[in-house]
Design a protein around this ligand. Structure first.
Ligand code: OOG
Ligand code: NI
Length: 464
């Protein structure tokens, strides 16, 4: 009996295979990866504090392989089977993102590793959106789209067999895993032949470009793969020198001494030749683009509320709420509004705005009973390190969607949040990301205090 491959290793095989495929499909992706590597090397060289922090958090090694991708699915059944497929690779649904609040007819989750050890090995994530045909006003078109989608099978028969085997046996053997990755790749490949006629495509496109993108093809082509940079401003500035045109603004918070959440930018989607069904009618479709991201500390509910309120003011202040506007005005509003958001790790920690990971300093001991967690930190025996934000931001995601769909103002879907319908289709509930950060902070503090002989602090409100 052959040995089983660890799900972390299957994920690494898969993320590598996806990266190789996308490099061939979208050559600018390879250019972007080179640029990010160069910028990251310089950032680590110039900033020893950053280097030490990433090393302590076990993130230095994952940086080179760290990517997220995105796909858009058409039906609940597809979402159900995709969940099963990603589970084989140790990727589970975390978070619910309702993009209808931003005018887009989709809702989403991120499939990603959950445990810290798995994140350290390879944090590969796939932002996965499900089309909401229920929000489409033209009911006849929605019906037609549904019928078209019912015809397709996005996962190969062999991949489905291997998924079932993994569920039965609790994993896959080495040869099975290799075959599974090759089969899984087929789901995300680009197909330049549309499954619909030029006329149908035009009607779907008229309703929303997103609908045309999901409904007109054989499967959910991966639409970007995003590397993580340590200096997004530098990458944004250098992109044009490499013949890459970035979107006008960087989504998310501004540059700060201590990075929070997630900053993202993307380059415009490629215009690609496609062939329609039937006649030899040719056309073009834009779907695939490039994106980079910089990750900062995860915010608590209080921090997140302050972030959301601050960002809302920025958007109210500035005409440039999206890429069609004036980037300078947007950036001025961004730095002015965010100057009120506490900066510096210790400020963020003391004000309860961000999540940390605690550990006892190696070989440290503390005599007697300390009065507080802060006193242990001041004494240098307890160390607090920022927890990296591993998730996504709906407002930023909407900005990314909009820029790669073209800023054509086709964003007029407003709906009711429907997490329960999403979870019903998924066949599972999504993990609440806030609970993960909260639990990790509490667990790390408990372990650290126990090893310092300061468990009494856990009884008091001090350690909450
Ligand atoms: C997904 C856009 C969202 C992100 O990084 O926020 C996203 C899409 O365009 O399908 O990937
Ligand atoms: Ni993305």
């Amino acid at each position: 009996m052959s040995q089983q491959m660890h799900s972390d290793d299957i994920r690494t095989l898969f993320s590598r295979a996806m990266s190789e495929m996308y490099r061939k499909e979208v050559p600018q992706y390879g250019e972007l990866i080179d640029l990010v590597r160069t910028v990251n090397e310089a950032a680590l060289r110039d900033n020893p504090e950053l280097r030490a922090r990433l090393e302590a958090a076990g993130e230095l090694n994952r940086l080179d392989v760290e990517r997220h991708g995105a796909i858009r699915l058409g039906t609940g059944e597809e979402l159900f089977d995709i969940r099963r497929m990603f589970a084989v690779m140790g990727m589970h649904p975390v978070g619910y993102y309702d993009l209808s609040v931003a005018g887009l007819p989709v809702h989403s989750t991120a499939f990603r590793p959950v445990e810290l050890t798995a994140l350290k090995r390879n944090p590969f994530r796939i932002f996965t959106s499900l089309l909401r045909l229920d929000l489409v006003k033209d009911r006849q078109l929605a019906q037609e789209a549904e019928e078209i989608l019912a015809q397709r099978q996005i996962i190969t028969d062999r991949a489905l067999e291997l998924i079932a085997r993994a569920e039965e046996n609790g994993g896959l053997t080495n040869p099975e895993a290799e075959e599974f990755v090759a089969e899984a790749l087929e789901t995300f490949r680009w197909h330049s032949e549309a499954t619909v006629s030029a006329e149908t495509y035009a009607r779907l496109h008229e309703a929303h470009r997103l609908i045309a993108d999901v409904v007109s093809f054989r499967g959910p082509h991966i639409n970007h793969l995003t590397p993580r940079t340590l200096d997004i401003d530098e990458v944004q500035k250098s992109m044009p020198e490499r013949g890459i045109a970035p979107k006008l603004i960087i989504e998310g918070p501004p540059r700060r001494a201590s990075d929070i959440l997630l900053r993202q930018t993307s380059f415009k989607a490629l215009e690609e030749a496609i062939l329609f069904k039937g006649a030899d009618a040719a056309g073009t479709h834009t779907a695939r683009f490039g994106e980079i991201e910089q990750r900062g500390v995860a915010l608590t509910a209080k921090g997140r509320q302050l972030y959301d309120e601050t960002l809302l003011r920025v958007r109210q202040d500035s005409e440039a709420a999206n890429d069609s506007g004036n980037a300078d005005a947007y950036n001025a509003a961004l730095s002015s509004r965010f100057s009120a958001f506490p900066d510096g790790w210790e400020n963020l920690r003391r004000s309860g705005l961000a999540f940390f990971n605690y550990r006892a300093k190696e070989n440290a001991s503390f005599k007697g009973r300390s009065a507080s967690v802060d006193a242990l930190l001041d004494a240098g025996v307890l160390i607090a390190e920022p927890q990296t934000y591993e998730d996504f931001l709906p407002v930023s995601a909407a900005g990314i969607f909009r820029s790669n769909l073209g800023s054509d103002g086709q964003s007029n879907y407003s709906g009711t949040t429907n997490q329960s319908a999403f979870e019903e289709a998924l066949g599972a509930s999504v993990t609440n990301e806030m609970e993960l950060y909260t639990r990790r902070e509490a667990d790390s503090l408990r372990t650290a205090l126990e090893s310092l002989g300061q468990s009494h602090l856990l009884m008091h409100g001090q350690a909450a």
